[in-house]
Write a protein that binds this ligand. Structure first.
Ligand SMILES: [Cu+2]
Length: 341
């Protein structure tokens, strides 16, 4: 939407010199008519872009306006649609971490607040070229950290975009986080969320497309996506840490003619100084965050014609078959391949 606004502003400036040199009222009126028409076209496009996506289970609207997550403190358990609007100027995601109960004691948001400084200190050392010292900082992580369950969430979302992901959330204490970086420093974005037991949302969405992700097969999607509204079931066939200590997930990228896929490929590694650092090299449209093996989440998207890629936030996704490009054509016949046309 921002690009469109920029284009519109450019169009306005493009017309100004023409208006100045034109002395004829007739021409002036013709130009203003054209501008009015363009304005109407723009409004129509905005209406198309703002079509609300269908929600499944309980709808939870989440908003980011700065380095924050705005959402209710408490939600019911069950199938939950997180509709995430990124109203900030930076790319973010929302990962849902289920905090463990250790020896009968619930790990809390206050306990979790000790985690980001460890990652910050590690990253500072890695950025300074002291990679080994950086990684040894992780020995400071408390034992319970390995018991945190990454429970899905909304993938990377570019500024001005809204993305939607439906996951089953169990009762418990959670933290919502984003660890994209700005100036080489992880975003200070964490938020507590309590999930209370409820029986009302036990029916999963019905998907229009199916996708699977695994270490063995990478990102697999048997059917080609067509233009229009889709709810994509994303099955985590397996899970486990890659070289960056995290599991795999899936994000949707809108490709431009000049998108550098190699640059994107290396941007997905948070352990590199330039990895996950702002600004993101592409437009991200959401996806599904890491979940344990056997889980399925649902990603709802209104696919416009164009070129896209599915990509995982793992080191070298291309090599792991976790960077898959595809195109959506005007005639609603899609095609998918491992390489971009
Ligand atoms: Cu962020």
């Amino acid at each position: 939407m921002k690009t469109f606004k920029r284009k519109f502003r450019f169009m306005i400036f493009m017309w100004i010199p023409l208006l100045l040199i034109s002395c004829k009222n007739e021409e002036k009126s013709n130009l203003s008519h054209q501008m009015e028409m363009k304005e109407i076209e723009m409004e129509e496009k905005l209406v198309v872009e703002k079509v609300a996506l269908p929600a499944f289970g309980n709808l939870v609207e989440v908003k980011t306006t700065g380095m924050n997550f705005i959402l209710p403190d408490e939600i019911p358990s069950g199938w939950t649609t997180f509709r995430y609007s990124n109203e900030s100027p930076l790319t973010h995601f929302m990962l849902i971490d289920k905090l463990p109960v250790v020896k009968g004691k619930q790990i809390t948001y206050d306990d979790f607040e000790n985690i980001p400084p460890v990652f910050r200190d590690a990253m500072d050392l890695i950025n300074a070229g002291k990679t080994d010292e950086g990684f040894s900082e992780f020995s400071r992580l408390p034992e319970w950290f390995s018991e945190v369950i990454f429970s899905g969430g909304v993938g990377l979302v570019s500024p001005g975009e809204t993305a939607q992901t439906t996951v089953y959330v169990k009762p418990g204490t959670y933290v919502i986080e984003c660890y994209v970086k700005t100036g080489g420093v992880f975003h200070p974005m964490t938020r507590q969320l309590e999930v209370k037991k409820d029986q009302s949302y036990e029916t999963p969405p019905t998907p229009t497309l199916n996708m699977a992700i695994s270490r063995e097969g990478g990102i697999e999607m048997p059917e080609s996506p067509t233009a229009g509204l889709h709810t994509i079931a994303v099955e985590f066939k397996d899970q486990g840490p890659h070289e960056h200590f995290l599991g795999h997930d899936v994000h949707l990228v809108r490709l431009k003619k000049d998108t550098d896929l190699d640059e994107l490929n290396s941007w997905m590694t948070w352990t590199r100084p330039e990895g996950l650092n702002t600004p993101a090299p592409v437009k991200f449209l959401g996806g599904v965050q890491e979940m344990p093996a056997g889980n399925t989440a649902y990603f709802t998207v209104d696919l416009q014609p164009g070129n896209y890629a599915w990509i995982s936030e793992v080191p070298n996704p291309k090599e792991k078959n976790m960077l898959k490009t595809f195109s959506v054509s005007d005639d609603e016949i899609g095609s998918i391949s491992g390489e971009r046309d």
